[in-house]
Design a binder for this molecule. Structure first.
Ligand code: 48F
Length: 256
C-alpha cells in the first residue's frame, strides 16, 4: 500500500534537510552552466563543501541546447583533458576540433558534480550578495517562482567563504554588487566592461585570464568572466568554459 501523505512527508523532510545543509557552505556558486558545474566538481572532489543555486528548472545553462538547437558542441584540444575526466565521448571533426553530444556532456558534468557531493538547488535565484567589512561573505537567495511572480516576499541568506559568479552572459552577481554604494570591481573601469562581439579564438584565450577574483572573496568564471572584463563571446565551443571552471576551483582551493 502506498500512502500519499508519506510521499508528501518524504519530500518535505528531505527537501528541507538538503536546503538546510547549504546555509553554511565553503563555496556558493550562482549558475549550473558548464563553468559552474566544472568549478563545483573540481572543488568538491577535494573535499570542499559546495552548493550551486540555479535559477532555472533545468541544469546545464547554455550547454544542452548545443548550437542552434542541434545537440552538439565543439571542444578544442585544450578542453579534452576535462572531457576525458568526465568520461564524455567525442569525435574528431578535423585536426584540433572535436564534437561532443551536448546532452551527454551536461548529464556527465552533473553526475560528476553530484557523485562528489555538490548540492545543486534548482529553481532558486541568487538575488543579492552579502558584504561584511569589505568582503563578500555569502549570498541572498529566493525561490525563482517568487521572483518571476514579482511577489513581495523576503529572501534568506546563505553564508559562504567564497562566492562564484557563474551566471553566464548576464553577470548577475557582479551587476547586483555594483548596485551597492561605493563598490568597485578589479576591472579597469571598476565596473562591468561589457561583452565583446563573437570572436571564438580571442574569447577562448581571454577566458582563463579573466577567471579571477573581482571583489574580495567573489570570483567570476565562464562567460561571466569575459563579460565582466570586456572580452568576446564565442558561440557553441565549450573548452574554455570547462577550463575556466577548473581554474576558479584551483584559485579558491589555494585559499581554503
Ligand atoms: O549561461 P551559462 O551556460 O553560463 P556559462 O557556464 O556557459 C556559457 C555557455 O553556455 C555559452 C557560451 C559558450 O561559448 O558562451 O553561453 O558561462 O549558465 C549560466 C546559468 O546561470 C543561471 C542560468 O539560469 C544558467 O543556467 N543563472 C543566471 N542568473 C542566476 C542564475 C542567478 N541570479 N541565480 C542563479 N542562477
Amino acid at each position: 500500500m502506498i500512502k500519499d501523505t508519506t510521499v508528501s512527508k518524504a519530500i518535505l523532510k528531505r527537501g528541507f534537510a538538503e536546503l538546510l545543509k547549504t546555509i553554511d557552505s565553503d563555496v556558493v556558486i550562482a549558475g549550473a552552466g558548464p563553468s559552474g558545474l566544472s568549478a563545483s566538481y573540481y572543488l568538491a572532489r577535494d573535499g570542499v563543501n559546495v552548493v550551486i543555486f540555479e535559477r532555472a528548472l533545468k541544469v546545464g545553462g547554455g550547454m544542452p541546447g548545443g548550437g542552434i538547437g542541434f545537440p552538439v558542441i565543439v571542444i578544442q584540444e585544450d578542453g579534452l583533458e576535462i572531457i576525458n575526466e568526465f568520461g564524455i565521448s567525442y569525435e574528431e571533426f578535423e585536426k584540433g576540433y572535436y564534437t561532443a553530444n551536448s546532452i551527454e556532456c551536461t548529464a556527465k558534468l552533473v553526475a560528476g558534480a553530484i557523485d562528489n557531493h555538490v548540492r545543486i538547488i534548482n529553481l532558486t535565484t541568487v538575488e543579492d550578495i552579502m558584504v561584511k567589512e569589505g568582503k563578500t561573505n555569502g549570498v541572498v537567495i529566493n525561490r525563482t517562482a517568487i521572483e518571476l511572480a514579482k511577489l513581495h516576499v523576503d529572501p534568506i541568506s546563505v553564508r559562504a567563504r567564497f562566492t562564484i559568479d557563474a551566471t553566464g552572459h548576464a553577470t548577475e552577481l557582479a551587476k547586483t554588487l555594483l548596485k551597492r554604494k561605493g563598490i568597485r570591481l578589479t576591472t579597469p573601469s571598476g565596473g562591468i566592461e561589457g561583452e565583446g562581439p563573437m570572436w571564438a579564438e580571442r574569447g577562448e584565450k581571454d577566458i582563463l585570464l579573466n577567471t579571477k577574483e573581482i571583489f574580495p572573496n567573489l570570483y567570476v568564471t565562464g562567460m561571466a568572466a569575459n563579460a565582466v572584463f570586456g572580452s568576446p563571446r564565442m558561440g557553441p565551443i565549450f573548452g574554455g568554459m570547462l577550463l575556466s571552471g577548473k581554474k576558479v576551483a584551483e584559485l579558491i582551493k589555494e585559499r581554503l
